[in-house]
Design a protein around this ligand. Structure first.
Ligand SMILES: [Zn+2]
Ligand SMILES: [Zn+2]
Length: 297
């Protein structure tokens, strides 16, 4: 099997330089963009996520290689296969990311990335510690079954992650129209990180925004509805361990206290679902907003 470098490792120095550059811009233009404790929390969560990734990499790679032996096609390392792998992997990312917002089990891991109330390049580095535990790697297995070599898939997945770094900024307003039409951009991803009723559970794309346009989850950022960032029930804490595990603890508590017939619902239904309807989901929040503002649903 080929050995390919990990592109994310190579990109880290550039990430650090760009965060510093954005900090300087923010210091001059808009001081509210960076909050020291928030930035430190994001950086520490990013570091922890990297450690967790290294610890689980061997197991994930072994599983990928095991699945790959049942592949349908023999795919080589020609450059165009990298391109095809990149596009299919980005679609797999869309499916994963949509599930990460619509199934509480996956949300418990992904919520970390959304737990900052600020939106800047350091937010991009705020990544989960519990990806392996949540079984997020399952979403990539179809690529190995098709026949893409594990080393190739992990390489393009790394490039995908690098792309997603630069879109976590308010410094860039809108990109050229053709670019906004095809690619995920800062504007589209600000919508994804917003808690405004209009923006909840929208724009799941990694690199190509076309998936959201195709599957009806696209929402355009509007100047008359500025994004408010974070999660519906804000974390209100800079405690790393709490940030990394709070939703898992919430799930455990709900499963423990719920009646038997409802226990599983707290695992696979959307965040905010409850068996007695006492909580709010994205749907109920959006419904209320639609009625209150007299909008057509
Ligand atoms: Zn998300
Ligand atoms: Zn993001």
């Amino acid at each position: 099997m080929e050995r390919l470098p990990d592109p994310v490792n190579l990109a880290v120095p550039v990430f650090v330089l760009l965060v510093l550059a954005e900090m300087i811009v923010a210091a001059i233009k808009d001081r509210t963009r960076y909050e020291p404790r928030d930035t430190l929390t994001s950086l520490a969560l990013g570091l922890g996520s990297t450690v967790a990734g290294v610890l689980s990499a061997g197991a994930v790679f072994a599983l990928a290689t095991w699945v790959w032996q049942f592949r349908l096609f023999d795919i080589g390392y020609a450059w165009y296969w990298f391109v095809v792998a990149f596009v299919i992997d980005d679609f797999a990312y869309y499916v994963f990311h949509r599930s990460a917002h619509r199934v509480r089990w996956f949300w418990a891991s992904h919520v970390i990335h959304h737990s900052s109330q600020h939106y800047n390049l350091s937010t991009a580095l705020r990544q989960t510690w519990t990806a392996f535990f949540s079984l997020a790697f399952l979403f990539r297995l179809p690529l190995f079954l098709i026949g893409f070599p594990p080393a190739m898939v992990f390489f393009v997945a790394g490039v995908n992650l690098i792309y997603q770094f630069w879109i976590h900024t308010e410094v860039i307003g809108r990109c050229p129209r053709w670019f906004e039409a095809v690619m995920n951009t800062p504007s589209h991803h600000r919508v994804h990180h917003a808690t405004n009723a209009r923006y909840l559970d929208r724009n799941y794309a990694g690199v190509f925004i076309v998936w959201d346009r195709m599957f009806g989850t696209f929402e355009l950022e509007r100047d008359d509805d500025r994004p408010r960032y974070g999660i519906v029930h804000q974390l209100g804490s800079f405690n790393l361990l709490w940030a990394a595990t709070h939703e898992w603890i919430g799930i455990a508590r709900d499963v423990w206290t719920a009646p038997w017939r409802a226990k599983l619902g707290y695992l696979w239904r959307p965040p905010g679902w409850s068996h007695d309807g006492s909580r709010e989901t994205s749907e109920t929040i959006r419904e209320k907003w639609t009625v209150r503002d007299g909008r057509a649903p």
